[in-house]
Design a protein around this ligand. Structure first.
Ligand code: ASP
Length: 586
């Protein structure tokens, strides 16, 4: 038997027991005639003790152990003299009487401890070693617990987990497809699913009524901290539901996760905001509601006073940072540099402090009387000690988005984005379409299967940009954790939608004929949503990047540096797949 207990299990109540443990050597320390070894496995760390006086040969063996050796020991559980309050096994140690090396290890390329000396690249290359670190392992344990809770919650509500294929045709979620050449169908390609959208809708036509799947999706997009080319969705669909039904079920699921995983009771209904208001008041379709700091429009107050920048702008607006009037010139310059970074793109920033006597001092005082500045102060409801930050621009949406970045940055600086506080929000009433400047046409804001609000259907022909969708996103702390919609289930309306999106009838039929045909055979009203599991787990774990809750993630260039993928393939394999490569310039 390799072990009687794990390395995280033994307590003071086990004192004097004879036990056998197996695991990895995290560290050895020699102190006088004693050698201490930290033995690690998935469950924790237990201290082993070897005493030169009682068994010199064994102690000698222990002194030869290197980091990450795999060993098996037998010994007696002993109450520790120097207790370690930081680990659950810290009250005990094992006085070892038998030691066997099960496998030696080369010196690992970085130390496998919470505070490792390994940088990102090396840890990714040796990810199997990185996964031995308790912080990374804890994220995967959390992920496991969350999926178990999700499955059990949905199962209790009658949801059925159904697997859908991975080698399919294109599913339009707005990204590029990953494609797979078909050997048996020369010149033809499968696309990997960007989502299981069309298939889950077909399952509704089949009568499955309540479906879910924890499923891999693939999107060929530029990567960011919250994006990976392959990621996992908790994909759900329901029949005979309206928007309210869907929101209720999944609000319930999120609350269940908060309760069962984080021990947090979110009793209140989730806040709701329309997309329009989210953009107006927060400059974002995923506002972080842990703090207010709303955007306030100042056109009426600040335009027309001779300050050319504002006078020429299409939008002037700002935020009020409570108690931040103490910001120094240096801090304000840094904020100005922040908004001027190319990723944000503001031209500059105007600021105003509310002094202790209530007067307002701004960086553009020469253009504005105290009376106007007081009006501005009133618009924010600002108090002495507050700091007002103002941006302007010739594009309303763009300037609001810049203000959102500023709002988030200032809130981070003021400590308002506490990772242990959670505020959940539904963003509803998204526009059905958005205008694609590059291609000069409308694209679906969510996807082409999303239904318009019944009261807006009349606008489809006259003013498509104004049509609102039965679409919703769940946003927690500024992270879009899920999104979905009530679907079109009428083949005529679906045809029309494709037409509005610029599909010829032939192309629509070719790509989505299967769905529109299915709608002719009794499709029930249906709707659903998908959560991004990786984002949800990261949020619960307080991580900055979803990579840290994925066992084997890709880097920012979409590479798996451990497997060295993607990689070249043999000419014979190319031939078999009927592919010829153009010369690629490296
Ligand atoms: N398929 C959608 C997505 O991947 C979710 C949904 O509408 O259910 O975002």
């Amino acid at each position: 038997m390799f072990r009687t207990h794990t390395c995280g299990e033994l307590r003071i109540s086990d004192a004097n027991k004879q036990v056998t443990l197996s695991g990895w050597v995290q560290r050895t320390r020699k102190m006088g005639g004693m050698t201490f070894v930290d033995l690690r496995d998935r469950y924790g760390i237990t201290q082993l003790v070897f005493n030169e006086e009682t068994d010199a040969t064994l102690c000698e063996q222990a002194n030869k152990l290197g980091r990450e050796y795999v060993i098996q020991v037998t010994g007696t559980v002993n109450e520790r003299y120097n207790k370690n309050k930081n680990i659950p096994t810290g009250d005990i140690e094992i006085i070892v009487t038998y030691l066997q090396v099960l496998n030696a290890s080369e010196v690992p390329p970085f130390t496998i401890e919470d505070q490792t000396d390994g940088g990102d690249d090396i840890r990714m290359k040796y990810r199997y070693l990185d996964l031995r670190r308790s912080s990374v392992r804890a994220n995967l344990e959390l992920r496991h617990k969350m999926t178990i809770e999700i499955r059990s919650y949905l199962d209790k509500l009658g949801f059925l987990e159904v697997e859908t294929p991975v080698l399919i045709g294109s599913t339009p979620e707005g990204a590029r497809d990953f494609v797979v050449p078909s050997r048996m169908n020369p010149g033809q390609f499968y696309a990997l699913p960007q989502s299981s959208q069309t298939l889950k809708q077909l399952l509704m036509v089949s009568g499955f009524d309540r479906y879910f799947q924890i499923v891999k999706c693939f999107r060929d997009e530029d990567l960011r901290a919250d994006r990976q080319p392959e990621f996992t969705q908790i994909d759900c669909e329901m029949s005979f539901v309206d928007q309210e039904d869907v929101l209720n079920v999944f609000e319930g699921m999120s609350k269940h996760l908060f309760r069962s995983i984080k021990g947090i009771d979110i009793e209140e209904p989730f806040q709701r905001i329309t997309w329009h208001d989210a953009m107006k008041y927060y400059g974002s379709d995923k506002p972080d509601m842990r703090f207010d700091m709303r955007l306030v429009e100042l056109m009426d107050i600040l335009k027309g006073h001779g300050f050319p920048v504002f006078d020429q702008a299409a939008y002037v607006g700002g935020i009020c940072a409570e108690g931040a009037a103490t910001y120094t010139r240096k801090q304000l310059d840094a904020l100005t540099d922040f908004v001027k970074r190319p990723q944000i793109g503001a031209k500059g920033m105007v600021y105003a402090r509310v002094e202790t006597d209530g007067t307002v001092k701004s960086s553009v005082d020469k253009f504005y009387s105290q009376e106007v500045l007081q009006q501005m102060k009133e618009a924010f409801g600002a108090k002495p000690g507050d700091l007002i930050l103002i941006l302007s621009g010739d594009d309303v949406m763009k300037t609001r988005k810049q203000l959102n970045e500023l709002r988030l940055e200032v809130a981070s600086q003021l400590g308002l984005r506490d990772k242990d506080k959670f505020v959940c929000l539904w963003v509803v009433d998204f526009p059905l379409f958005e205008w694609d400047e590059e291609n000069n046409r409308y694209v679906a804001m969510h996807h082409p299967f999303t239904s318009p609000k019944p009261e807006d259907i009349g606008l489809l022909d006259t003013d498509p940009g104004a049509v609102r969708a039965n679409a919703y996103d769940m946003v927690i702390n500024g992270v879009e954790v899920g999104g979905g919609s009530i679907r079109i289930y009428d083949s005529e309306l679906q045809h029309k939608m494709f037409r509005l999106l610029g599909f010829t009838p032939e192309r629509a039929q070719e790509q989505f004929g299967f769905l529109m045909n299915a709608f002719r055979y009794g499709a029930p009203p249906h709707g659903g949503l998908a959560y991004g599991l990786d984002r949800f787990v990261s949020l619960f774990a307080g991580l900055d990047s979803i990579r840290d809750c994925i066992a084997f993630p890709k880097n920012n260039s979409g590479r798996d540096v451990m497997l060295d993928a993607p990689s070249w393939i043999e000419p014979a394999q190319l031939e078999e797949l009927h592919l010829r490569l153009e010369e690629i310039k490296e």
